[in-house]
Design a protein. Structure first.
Length: 324
């Protein structure tokens, strides 16, 4: 489906923040009304039987889903200029929101293997294909979700960052759930059908991660091809094609379900000012950050001993270099 919206650069907090026209109670009520039905899609069973060559990319929302799937697609096309209208559903399928009339089992995608996306947890993802999991610093994930959900849920600046963060961490408990899921993926990190990635490793070691993904999905690439794939999956290049990565078809369906008009301007999943690391620590309220730190301690540190995500990344990278 071709987007009917012109992509724009979304201005995140603090510049974004307008004086909310809803009371705090109304803000929470609207988040419940608009977001919880969407989150419930992540709990519905996925009726899909993967082929051994299928690649399923699983993440918490705003943790690299679009980026990793684009890397996989570019490996499939040897780094060719993107020629699709919209990444999903033209060349990938989001299993949590399969468009009407599309059968995930029988659908055809470009190339010899297929790419699927999901925000489901490890235990509810159909097995049989190749699973790629990417984890991002929960503070950055929360912060990135704020402007994205404002667009997705047509909130139009009427929910403050403080209310959103409170809802995200305490009511729907997205940060805690993402950490519990990380624990499960960590246990399976050495499985032959699992590839564990960290978002900040993709940023800091882009080329190395592209090589790892290519090896995992059994795609041979010479160094020239790897260089093309790395170039076409940089943030700069993806922003240049940002309209190809919007979710407008899903946004229209959600707006209809909620009885709202869809937004007239598309923000999409790739923003000029998006994809950054450290913004959560810079901009989230201190009490929210302290709550996330406590969740990490209770869920990750007590089980695995890692004081923070940097320690976990370092341990995983040390393991990887040992395995080579």
């Amino acid at each position: 489906m071709v987007s009917t919206c012109a992509p724009v650069d979304y201005i995140p907090p603090p510049e974004f923040a307008k004086a909310p026209t809803w009371t705090v109670e109304q803000q929470t009520q609207e988040l419940e009304r608009r977001w919880i039905p969407t989150l419930m899609n992540m709990k519905k069973p996925i009726f899909f039987s993967p082929r051994p060559t299928d690649v399923i990319i699983a993440t918490t929302p705003k943790s690299g889903t679009t980026w990793v799937s684009h890397i996989c697609h570019q490996l499939r096309t040897k780094g060719a200029e993107p020629d699709f209208e919209n990444q999903t559903p033209d060349v990938t399928i989001f299993l949590d929101f399969v468009p009407p009339g599309i059968n995930s089992d029988t659908m055809v995608q470009p190339g010899e293997w297929r790419i699927f996306l999901t925000h489901h947890e490890y235990d509810t993802i159909p097995k049989g294909g190749k699973l790629i999991f990417c984890f991002r610093d929960p503070k950055d994930t929360l912060y990135s979700n704020y402007p994205f959900q404002d667009y997705m849920l047509a909130l139009k600046g009427r929910v403050s960052l403080n209310v959103f963060a409170e809802f995200y961490t305490k009511i729907v408990q997205r940060t805690a759930q993402s950490m519990r899921d990380l624990l499960v993926w960590w246990e399976h990190r050495h499985d032959k059908d699992v590839l564990l990635l960290f978002y900040d490793d993709l940023k800091e070691a882009h080329t190395e991660c592209v090589r790892r993904i290519a090896k995992f999905i059994s795609v041979y690439c010479d160094e020239e091809t790897i260089a093309r794939v790395v170039h076409t999956t940089t943030h700069t290049e993806m922003v240049r094609h940002q309209s190809k990565f919007d979710f407008h078809n899903i946004i229209v369906a959600l707006a209809k379900q909620l009885g709202d008009d869809p937004p007239s301007e598309a923000v999409g999943r790739v923003r000029k000012d998006g994809g950054q690391s450290g913004n959560g620590q810079k901009h989230l309220p201190m009490e929210v950050q302290q709550g996330i730190d406590q969740e990490w301690h209770d869920i990750i540190t007590t089980k695995l001993g890692f004081a923070d995500i940097k320690e976990m990344r370092a341990a995983w990278n040390k393991e990887l270099h040992t395995l080579v």
